[in-house]
Design a protein around this ligand. Structure first.
Ligand code: 4AD
Ligand code: MG
Length: 462
């Protein structure tokens, strides 16, 4: 009988047994007498050792000339070995079958052991192959863990998943960043910037709901934080005010971060750093992540402006100073967020932004109408905004005024006004961007690595 097919992630339960592995050759080194085959099977990486006397001569010869990414089936004995790379196990090969040969692989193993020496454009051009590499493999697995944690948290806290549509006639986050197409009757249809407006309807029907899907923004920003297609989770609850919304956001984010750390900290430390300095930094980063628990510091916008003014005053470099220019009424840019969060070792929640820089649906503070009852959660270590949310305007007249002020198409908003006509209640919610969260948790430089296939200003392929 042939040996059972086992995936690398399940191999620990098979030490001392002969198994079959199916995967690809991630790397190979060796001599005329012994070959070390680094196999990846999607669930993990493993070293397989093939001695000249372990298989017939033809198989050994063929193996010597196999290229990176050739697909193979290996039968062998699973052994525990403290010194073995990847997973402290290795497989002594007894048989090997080549399933598919590989041509010369475009992503070459360079100094950093994984294709990192290629320039980012080249790697993004080869994203469909690049994602096989170990570092990318880990990032996308952290993403999956974070997505599961998001769903688990909301499902277990009484939020019902009610999907928002992707095609919509409404602009939620400003008319300047809409991707549009023509609907059948020749009216404009947009790709959703946010599922929020529909979540306000579903929250009033089901109490607490969330949507989780791709969202689209035609932002012409070429920054390390912006994608044109990104995934957002948006919980919304009836009878919730902005303060309860902030309580929810900090508890939710802490849960997600702790799930990711519990599952991936060891791998992150093993795979991400490539120098001793990076290793030290990763240890500190993971320590910081472990400390992410409620309560988060809450800072009013007014206080944040004062802090940024102080940072600006301390800055000597004139160019830098310009980046920190601020006055009450201005929205924060990345430099402001980055500097502000560097002073904290937890995410911070900035609330009470000027209403004029926020979206039309934000409720204004009745005691200070120039201020919106909204908040942003800014991640530490310079990552900036990962959550935006707040309380919604529940008064029909005030909402209509804002719609007019923002010059929005009233004819498409009748349904949204209905929500204020039939039992309007205080309600609130927020949106968390998955890619920015994954980027921060993994300690990455750019969000493009956190989504399987990034859509950016100059890229709609692969
Ligand atoms: O702050 P934003 O624009 O808020 C909304 O869309 C609200 N309607 C959400 C709500 O209250 N239901 O976006 C929310 C989050 C940001 O904090 C950020 O994490 C992410 O979405 N985000 C982006 N991520 C990547 N690329 C972009 N271009 C992003 N724009 C926003
Ligand atoms: Mg925002």
């Amino acid at each position: 009988m042939s040996a059972p097919w086992v995936r690398i992630e399940d191999l620990k339960a098979h030490i001392g047994e002969t198994v079959t592995l199916k995967g690809w050759l991630a790397n190979k080194r060796g001599s005329g007498k012994v070959q070390f085959l680094h196999l990846r099977d999607g669930s993990g990486f493993l070293q397989c050792v093939l001695g000249i006397n372990d298989v017939d001569e033809a198989t050994f010869e063929r193996c010597k000339h196999l290229s990176q990414e050739a697909s193979v089936e290996i039968t062998g004995l699973v052994k525990a070995d403290e010194r073995a790379p990847y997973c402290q196990m290795e497989v002594a090969v007894k048989g090997l079958v080549v399933v598919g040969e590989a041509r010369e692989y475009p992503i070459q193993k360079k100094g950093r052991g994984g294709g990192d020496d290629h320039d980012p454009g080249f790697l993004m051009d080869h994203r469909h192959l690049w994602m096989r590499e170990r570092r990318q493999w880990l990032i996308l697995r952290v993403r999956a863990t974070i997505i599961k944690a998001i769903r688990d948290y909301l499902d277990d806290h009484g939020f019902l998943l009610v999907d928002s549509p992707i095609f919509t006639a409404n602009s939620c986050e400003g008319t300047t960043t809409l991707f549009s197409t023509k609907w059948f009757d020749d009216t404009e249809a947009y790709l959703s910037q946010s599922g929020q407006l529909y979540q306000e309807a579903t929250a009033l029907a089901f109490g607490k709901t969330y949507c989780f899907g791709p969202t689209f923004r035609a932002e012409k920003s070429k920054t390390r934080r912006h994608l044109n297609e990104f995934w957002m989770v948006e919980p919304e609850a009836a009878f919730m005010d902005v303060w309860q919304d902030m309580d929810l956001a900090e508890d939710f984010l802490s849960f997600i971060v702790q799930k990711a750390v519990a599952k991936h900290a060891a791998e992150m430390l093993d795979i991400f750093p490539t120098t001793p300095e990076e290793k030290t930094a990763m240890i500190a980063h993971i320590e910081l992540l472990r400390g992410v628990e409620a309560p988060f510091p809450r800072i009013s916008y007014d206080e944040a402006v004062t802090q940024i003014e102080a940072i600006r005053a301390e800055t000597k470099d004139e160019e830098q100073k310009k980046l920190f220019d601020i006055h009450w009424g201005m929205d924060f840019g990345s430099p402001h967020e980055t500097e502000l969060t560097k002073r904290y070792n937890k995410p911070i929640m900035v609330h009470g932004f000027p209403a004029a820089v926020k979206a039309f649906y934000m409720k204004k503070d009745p005691l200070r109408p120039e201020v919106a009852l909204g908040f942003d959660v800014l991640a530490p270590e310079g990552y900036g905004e990962i959550i935006g949310g707040g309380q919604r305007e529940d008064n029909l007249e005030l909402l209509e005024k804002e719609v007019e002020r923002h010059k929005l198409d009233v004819s498409t908003l009748g349904w949204y006004f209905d929500l204020r006509k039939y039992g309007s209640v205080p309600h609130a919610g927020f949106g968390l961007g998955v890619e920015r969260t994954v980027s921060w948790v993994c300690g990455l430089h750019h969000v493009r690595e956190t989504i399987p296939f990034a859509r950016t200003l100059d890229r709609i392929w692969p």
